[in-house]
Ligand binder design. Structure first.
Ligand code: NDP
Ligand code: 8X3
Length: 251
């Protein structure tokens, strides 16, 4: 079995690559940070004796995505699972103050990047007569919160695209699922706040957030249902979080 996981250099993607590898899957891991990919490839090969293909590209760039994925040898095109995970939030600003570069980054990564990868891998799955695509959405794709405007819009787009993809790929026997997490402590907030680790830590202050492993296990569960079962959508939250704006924090 083969899983292609975008954004496998950190957080959910890395934990997912590890979990699938530990279950004997071969994995295609992608991201921009080449050294991290190489280290992960070595670790997975040594620890689990599986095969790993590393593809280093910027998912915002259609030509880079195309070049990398079209370089994939035939035996690797039998992808059973595509996890569209690469994504980010950049900044947390009102609509009147937001930076255009942040907006472009989020739209290009979370929406266009997901589309670029899907546009190439879905035809492989159609040719193989089977496949499963799991999109990583967010609670931000179900609700909108103050200053989350464009990030929330990109995740609402992932929500809509998941539903659309499910319809289009139905005749081809390809399952399409979404997992929409609430607060999870990864590099996500450090990226959102441009490397400000102190500010990032405050996001999770006084509560126990989800971990990357929680999400990897959810992805595993969704991917390992019997062939006649599709999990359309899962919203997964820390027990201390009720919705985007309501969390119970200990002082
Ligand atoms: P991390 O920041 O820990 O990981 C993000 C991953 O995405 C990295 O591997 C990064 O790789 C990759 N990525 C980002 N931009 C690009 C790019 N331009 N090209 C290629 N790869 C890219 O965050 P998470 O693991 O938390 O996030 C994973 C997904 O989950 C995202 O879609 C995020 O929106 C979503 N999510 C996160 C939540 C959270 O609270 N953490 C909650 C809900 C959803 P590299 O930098 O090496 O390119
Ligand atoms: C990440 C969760 O609440 O920061 O998608 O938008 S949130």
């Amino acid at each position: 079995m083969i899983a292609l996981i975008t954004g496998a250099t950190a957080g959910f993607g890395k934990a997912t690559a590890e979990l699938f590898a530990s279950n004997g899957w071969n994995v295609i891991i992608t991201g921009r940070r080449k050294t991290r990919l190489e280290v992960l490839e070595r670790q997975l090969r040594e620890k689990y004796s599986i095969d790993v293909l590393t593809l280093c590209f910027d998912i915002r760039k259609a030509d880079e995505v195309k070049k990398a994925l079209e370089s994939v040898p035939d035996q690797w095109r039998k992808v059973d699972l595509l996890v569209n995970n690469a994504g980010l939030a950049s900044g947390l600003s009102s609509i009147q103050e937001g930076a255009l570069s942040d907006w472009e980054d989020m739209i290009d990564t979370n929406v266009k990047g997901l589309l670029y990868a899907t546009r190439i891998v879905a035809p492989w799955m159609i040719r193989n007569g089977k496949g499963h695509i799991i999109n990583i959405g967010s609670i931000a794709g179900k609700e909108v919160y103050a200053n989350g405007n464009v990030y929330c819009a990109t995740k609402h787009a992932v929500d809509a695209l998941t539903k659309g993809m499910r319809i289009d790929l139905l005749p081809h026997g390809i399952r399409v699922s979404q997992i929409a997490p609430g607060m999870a402590e990864t590099e996500f907030s450090i990226v959102r706040f441009k490397g400000d680790e102190e500010r990032a830590k405050k996001v999770y202050l006084g509560l126990q957030p989800l971990t990357a492993t929680d999400i990897a296990e959810t992805i595993w569960w969704v991917a390992s249902r019997p062939a006649h079962v599709n999990i359309n959508d899962i919203v997964i939250m820390p027990s201390a979080q009720a919705n985007s704006t309501t969390a119970q924090r200990k002082s």
